[in-house]
Design a protein around this ligand. Structure first.
Ligand code: FNR
Length: 184
């Protein structure tokens, strides 16, 4: 069975990001037949359509990492009931120049964590709209909104036993779905 190459994009640039911590924990929990690769977005310039004909090296690097992946996992916080600007900036860069959309047909999945009980639900809903425009089939169910509470991560940064099975099941469904949505 082919090893799935999954790109991970974290929507936070913060050093102590709980979403990056979640992404790291997911990488550690994943089983065989998958290889995760973090695609960094913090070095991308602000999107400017004037640059479409001479995209910067960081943009070209990101586009090629996405194009070489079999799917994209977005792990993102919610900012002001939407997605962080840095994530939208990366999505816009990857969609251009016109006709060279690096996201095209890449299966996607979304997960996020926030201190708020409904945290990331609205950001995820906004992100789904953008991904539809980018032609990324996106895992619908199960949705995964995680509230950050004391003890969610253990001292080593892993997901603690109480939530482990729950997240593990989601990872399994997500990977199966990515695998079923591959385009030749
Ligand atoms: C937030 N936060 C937040 N949380 C939420 O659940 N809904 C929201 O709309 C917002 N809005 C928001 C705006 C801005 C500008 C910031 C900086 C923060 C709180 C956010 O969930 C919290 O800071 C997380 O820890 C951010 O994720 P990372 O950076 O830890 O991954």
């Amino acid at each position: 069975m082919k090893t799935l190459q999954i790109a991970i994009i974290v929507g936070s640039l913060r050093k102590e990001s709980i979403n990056r911590q979640l992404a790291n924990a997911i990488v550690c929990m994943a089983t065989t037949n998958v290889s995760f690769h973090f695609v960094e977005i913090g070095d991308l310039p602000l999107y400017n359509q004037d640059e479409d004909d001479h995209q910067s090296n960081s943009v070209l690097r990101m586009k090629s990492e996405i194009e070489n992946s079999d799917g994209v996992l977005f792990v993102t916080p919610e900012y002001n009931r939407s997605i962080p600007g840095v994530l939208k900036n990366a999505l816009d860069h990857g969609s251009r120049p016109y006709g060279q959309n690096s996201w095209d047909k890449k299966p996607a999945a979304i997960i996020g964590i926030s201190p708020s009980p409904v945290g990331t639900a609205l950001a995820q809903q906004h992100l789904r709209g953008v991904l539809a425009t980018l032609n990324m089939p996106t895992l619908c169910q199960p949705e995964m909104f995680i509230q950050m509470k004391e003890g969610f991560f253990d001292k080593s940064g892993n997901i603690s036993e109480a939530s482990e099975k729950f997240i593990e099941r989601w990872i399994a469904v997500m990977l199966e779905w990515m695998s079923l949505n591959q385009h030749p």
